[in-house]
Design a protein around this ligand. Structure first.
Ligand code: FAD
Length: 909
């Protein structure tokens, strides 16, 4: 196997461009190439070892390469991440998405982590390292100029937030007798609390003023030539990196810096300075660790004299800190002299002498999203770590980690520049420090997203039993540990009904299952359904911060687990209802929109009746989505929760036919919610539509689902499919039809879709399941004509190849015909699953109801129609969408209905 992703090659090919950019002189460039060649040689030798012996023969490699175990371990870890060890079952984790998407380049494209401001820690090491200066920093964001980028990969190789080899966590000290190890704090020699004796420093510095004092001592004793620190920027509390070379400039740099600063962005400039001290948060220390390790024997930077790490539980963007001060303290950055975190509270000391504080819990929502990724409170990759947690006000907690750190600290003590006190390992201080450190130490690197068990594809295509089999309690235990419990959780806003996701996951983690159920059901009465059919990958899971690393928390699986646990344990938890208000509300349609609206109104004390055309509730859930994805028993059970809320169900009532809206008014209903869905099948305009064997997905699925054709011969309404079935469309309806046809005995099933795989609106999981089951996808293909035999029975479908043009109004790229590319597909059944239109039965019966040009009901943003007291939501307003968006619309309308009824009837009483 060769090293395809060769940084050496990319750099060599771009030598002229690099030298022109001016960061490297020719000699430096050549040295870098030599050093990186050693890295790649090691990589090749390790791969060779695996190829030859089927394993990594470490003792042999150690003697052959004459190197350390740490270097071999790190190189193996890098190889795995760069996708070279796939064949041996060692799959990349951080770069898996990029590796999978590798088409054009044989080196990773500039990876997500550098471009995503949520994941980036803002240290600036990539700016400093980029040999062609393609990465720039401006006002808190990093940009990559794609034209300039040479895709050498140096940026992500040394990015602290990208893959971090575990072998680098090892202690740098030889002397393990003195060095201790703890899971939370990594390697250290001593943990103490200390304070400066210099009153000038006390005036301005944070906590005990230890960092400033140690730097002062180091300058004085010629232990350093310069220090990379931060200083007050143009705006107060918005610090900028600064390189100082004189002790006298130190005081300017002391003080409060909770705001991110790209401290390493100009690190490159100081490479001639031989002894640099660097001060920074854990992520900056991680970057330095990588920079001073890579490439192996001759690191990019071997001039770091000492690293001072700052304890960091959360860092902030400048705009967020401004918001925090405004919202929580009615203050501004220019009012503040310094900030502090102590004893679980966040303090601000104003210039006018006032001091205010709030619990730390309250500031978390202003923190950076990706801040959890360092999983490190105490800056473990340092010589000395300093912070306030665990010490008294005016003192610092100090971790002395390395021999070098111990020497620096001892010198300052000997010179009486600092004083110290012990922190006993059984003290309260030590305990609070370890508790917070443990909280931040997330094991997301080790824990992989759980995979739900499923029926074997070969077996499941012969039955209608559920494909996915749910999570076990053990799996839930693992998955809930992966949740970072973000201070500012994006998943909640990613969910159309705003389920309090982190809270329910936390309760699951604590095994408080009943409480977790109540938490979910407060926002969503149909968790077993939503856990199964919501497209989580474009909703809550898409915005989950872990999705940046390719493995979002399996929120849908967890939701399904807790709902199934309730059913399996024969429990029925039901949220509490408000006192009855004595007002009747009619909900028309028992689909997700109607059910959600009815549930919320009932919880609010209204007397709710649902009028449903069919003999059962659920809407599309019951007649559209097949049993193998969503068993009917589950729908029945979830509708049971509504019945417990005293919602009355009137089945077989077609409003507009059996009863009119006026009839309902006469029956005493004061407000109405219309959730009648979009069930009218759409047809293609192609010749041959009326041939036998051509049917709509709607009809096909309804017959299979409602008339229980899938239980033939127990039920005598078989839906016949031919040997070769061709389904047209790329949404859930098309996929459900194809997979149902397979289970009904089709030998071959094709899906013909006019766009490409990327544009398919179907749930990703269902697409994978369909592929596993052997459905044949013909992308970028569109039907032109259906052709039949003498008996008017369809036998063939003429199709044409398509290509993608510019995006259309849906945002997806418009398919364009490739003239002359027509060909035939032999088929004996054609199912058209290209979508559905507005159902006109009800709307036609209310001529004054305002509709748009497609026949969907027009509402305002709260779901109110042009008729007083009549509200609408779900597919009949938006056109075909999803279960959860329909539920969101139902819930929103329930609020508007409550407001309307309060104003009209209740406030007056
Ligand atoms: P519907 O579910 O259509 O419910 C409307 C209800 O109103 C029905 O029960 C109907 O009988 C009743 N009704 C109609 N007219 C009247 C009347 N005049 N009087 C009384 N009652 C009436 N979404 C997902 O999120 N995930 C999926 O995996 C998914 N798969 C799908 C698969 C298929 C085959 C289909 C067709 C859709 C799928 N969807 C999926 C979309 C989703 O099911 C719909 O967006 C959602 O059901 C819309 O909810 P609704 O309440 O607006 O309408």
């Amino acid at each position: 196997m060769e090293i395809k992703r060769s940084t050496v090659r990319m750099l060599t090919e771009n030598k002229d461009k690099i030298l022109k950019a001016g960061k490297f002189k020719e000699a430096e460039f050549n040295k870098l190439i030599d050093d990186l060649s050693v890295v790649e040689l090691y990589q090749k030798r390790i791969i060779k070892s695996i190829e030859e012996y089927g394993t990594i023969d470490k003792p042999r490699l150690l003697s052959e390469l004459e190197t350390s175990e740490k270097i071999i371990d790190c190189t193996v870890e890098y190889l795995k991440e760069f996708g070279y060890l796939d064949a041996y079952g060692e799959l990349p984790r951080f770069f898996n998405v990029e590796i999978q998407n590798l088409k054009e380049y044989d080196i990773l494209p500039n990876v997500k982590i550098i471009r995503d401001s949520n994941l980036c820690c803002g240290c600036g090491s990539c700016v400093s390292l980029c040999p062609v200066s393609a990465i720039t920093y401006s006002k808190g964001t990093f940009e990559i100029d794609e034209e300039v980028c040479i895709r050498c990969g140096l940026c992500y190789t040394c990015c602290p937030r990208s893959f971090f080899p575990k072998a680098l966590n090892a202690s740098e000290d030889e002397d393990h007798e003195i060095t201790k190890f703890s899971e939370q704090f990594n390697y250290y020699r001593e943990i103490i609390t200390a304070q400066t004796t210099n009153t000038d420093i006390t005036q301005v510095a944070q906590d005990g003023g230890i960092v400033t004092t140690l730097l002062k001592m180091a300058f004085h004793q010629n232990l350093i030539d310069g220090a990379l620190v931060v200083t007050e920027g143009l705006e107060p509390l918005n610090p900028l990196p600064v390189f100082i070379e004189r002790e006298e400039d130190l005081l300017k740099t002391a003080g409060t810096k909770y705001t991110n600063s790209p401290i390493l962005k100009e690190f490159f400039k100081y490479r001639d300075c031989k002894k640099i001290a660097v001060v920074g948060t854990p992520c900056i220390m991680k970057a330095l660790k990588k920079l001073s390790f890579y490439p192996l024997h001759n690191p990019f930077y071997d001039n770091i004299a000492i690293k001072f790490g700052l304890l960091c539980s959360e860092s902030f963007d400048y705009s967020e800190i401004t918001k925090l001060l405004k919202n929580e303290f009615k203050s501004t950055p220019s009012d503040v002299k310094k900030m502090d975190i102590n004893k679980g509270r966040f303090f601000i000391y104003n210039k006018d002498g006032t001091a205010l504080d709030i619990p730390i819990k309250k500031i978390k929502k202003y923190g950076r999203l990706g801040c959890f990724f360092c999983e490190d409170l105490t800056a473990i990759h340092t010589d000395i770590s300093v912070g306030s947690i665990g010490s008294d006000v005016g003192w610092s907690t100090v971790f002395i980690r390395t021999e070098k750190g111990a020497e620096f600290f001892q010198k300052a003590l000997d010179l009486n520049m600092i004083v110290k006190k012990e922190i006993k390992e059984d003290s309260k201080s030590f305990n609070s420090l370890s508790r917070i450190a443990k909280f931040k130490l997330k094991s997301y690197e080790e824990l992989h997203r759980v995979e739900m068990k499923q029926q074997d594809p070969n077996v499941r295509i012969t039955n209608f039993e559920e494909v996915s089999l749910g999570l076990t309690e053990e799996m839930v235990e693992i998955e809930t540990q992966r949740c970072l419990q973000c201070g500012n959780p994006l998943c909640i806003s990613g969910c159309p009904v705003n389920i309090k996701i982190p809270q329910f996951i936390k309760l699951l983690k604590q095994k408080k299952y009943i409480e977790a159920l109540y938490k979910i059901k407060g926002d969503n009465l149909l968790p077993a359904i939503c856990g199964r059919v919501c497209p989580q990958e474009i909703q809550c899971e898409q915005v989950c911060i872990m999705s940046g690393l390719g493995e979002p928390i399996a929120i849908g699986h967890l939701e399904r687990f807790i709902a199934d646990w309730e059913r399996e344990n024969k429990l029925k938890e039901c949220p509490e209802c408000a006192a009855p208000k004595g007002i009747k509300v009619a909900v028309i349609g028992a689909g997700p929109a109607g059910l959600a609206c009815a549930g919320d109104l009932a919880m609010n004390g209204y007397d709710v009746t649902i009028f449903e055309a069919f003999h059962a509730g659920g809407g599309v859930l019951i007649y559209g989505i097949p049993e193998f994805r969503l068993p009917k028993e589950i729908i029945k059970s979830e509708i049971g929760t509504l019945e417990m809320l005293n919602v009355k169900m009137e089945y077989n009532s077609i409003i507009g036919k059996t009863l009119t809206l006026e009839d309902l008014r006469d029956m005493g209903f004061k407000a109405f919610f219309i959730g009648v869905g979009a069930g009218l099948p759409m047809f293609l305009k192609v010749p041959g539509l009326s041939l036998n064997g051509v049917l709509s997905a709607n009809e096909f699925l309804t017959r299979s689902n409602l008339m229980k054709a899938f239980r033939f011969p127990d039920y005598d309404t078989p839906v016949k499919v031919g040997k070769i079935v061709t389904v047209i469309g790329g949404g859930n309806t098309a996929l459900d039809s194809a997979r149902t046809a397979l289970r009904l005995g089709a030998e071959k099933v094709f899906i013909v879709y006019r766009r490409s795989e990327a544009e398919m609106p179907a749930r990703k999981e269902e697409y994978h399941h369909a592929l596993e089951e052997g459905i044949n996808f013909q992308f970028l293909t569109n039907p032109v004509q259906f052709i039949g035999d003498d008996n008017e029975k369809v036998t063939q479908m003429k199709v044409i190849k398509m290509k993608l043009g510019e995006p259309d109004e849906s945002g997806r790229r418009r398919p364009i015909r490739i003239e002359g590319s027509e060909y035939m597909i032999a088929t004996d059944t054609i199912i058209i699953g290209i979508g559905a239109g507005a159902n006109p039965i009800l709307t036609k019966s209310i001529p004054e109801l305002k509709l748009n040009k497609w026949g969907y009901i027009e509402t305002d943003e709260n779901g109110e129609t042009n008729i007083e007291g009549v509200f609408a939501g779900g597919d009949i307003v938006t056109g075909s969408a999803t279960v959860i968006t329909a539920m969101g619309a139902g819930k929103m309308a329930s609020l508007a209905i409550d407001k309307y009824l309060q104003e009209k009837y209740l406030d007056k009483n």
